[in-house]
Design a protein around this ligand. Sequence first.
Ligand SMILES: [Cu+2]
Length: 381
Amino acid sequence: MHKLIAAMTGLGVWAAAAANAMTPGGIAMQPANSALAEEVHFFHNIVLMPVITGISLFVLALLIWVVIRYNAKANPEPRKFSHNTLVEVIWTAGPILILLFIAIFSFDLLYKEGVQPDGKQVVVEADGATTEFVFANDFSEGRMISRPDHLQVILADAAGERVLKRRSDYRVAGLGDAEVTVTFNTPPSAGDRVIIRGGRSIDNRGDIVLAPSVTLKVTGNQWNWTYTYPDYGDIEYFSNMLPDDQVSDLMLRKLEVDNRVLVPVGETVRVIVTASDVIHSWAMPAFAIKIDAVPGRINETWFKADREGVYYGQCSEICGIKHSFMPIAVEVVSREAFCGWVRDKQTEFGLERTPEELAAEPLCGDAGAVRMADAAAAAAR
Ligand SMILES: [Cu+2]
């Protein structure tokens, strides 16, 4: 059994490596670019594929058995009964149990994709002496942090970020109370930043997912997409397919667009999706997103990209004659590049922003400073 699982995992890894975003001959899913997409791949490769394979082989075996054992020659005089209670109970209960097994994983994924993460973080600059840091547990009812794994403590210094270990690096007190205290065993050096993340939105790597810092509104039209960034003064533009002769022949499917969607790497992006005419579907395989765009309704999901790069998808709901001419291209860039692009677009579109509005912008405003101020309020005592 363990060998089978290892083999299936190996197959998944191989398939992911082989099918790098629309490579010729690729048959598997595109490589995952988020923790949630990894979970979707696990669901497909490790949960669904064995179930599907098992059922197919079982039914095939039954068919072969019936063909050989009960054909007219081998079984010239068939028996006359037409019901068998035991068999009927088994073939009713068996599928129900299989569906329940699948539902455990499936409902979990549906929940995670449909509910916006609500994690938050505070950043405190260490002074070299303080060992106690306080995290305000001001989540909504039922979402307060109450277990050690609802909290992540990260130390950032010149060398980079390091996730600390409970007990060997720090202790936690007050879980479930209004204030949670993190006590370091040894005070972090002056100038290092202590990052405390808390929340119940935990991904499959054990990392706490922060509340969205960018909202992207997607509107499907016959036959292109409108992208809106409500946090940045409603930057809004169309994204149309580029004609074939403007796209490199190296691209297997010519899914390039004139205006890509830009999002920052490593940040939670809330995606709200609607349509202006008929039903479309915004699909981005690398993030395991496929969500209907329905006129008069808003659908909501989110993603958090692991890596920078350009990722492609297509409208995935038959929406009319040019359904196959509305590709989706998402460009994941650094936070700095994203904010530079935001400022460029605001200038290009003549969006007038007051200094207060600019400062309040998530990510590109004084978000860092705001987080620091947050921290100061909740901070070292
Ligand atoms: Cu469409």
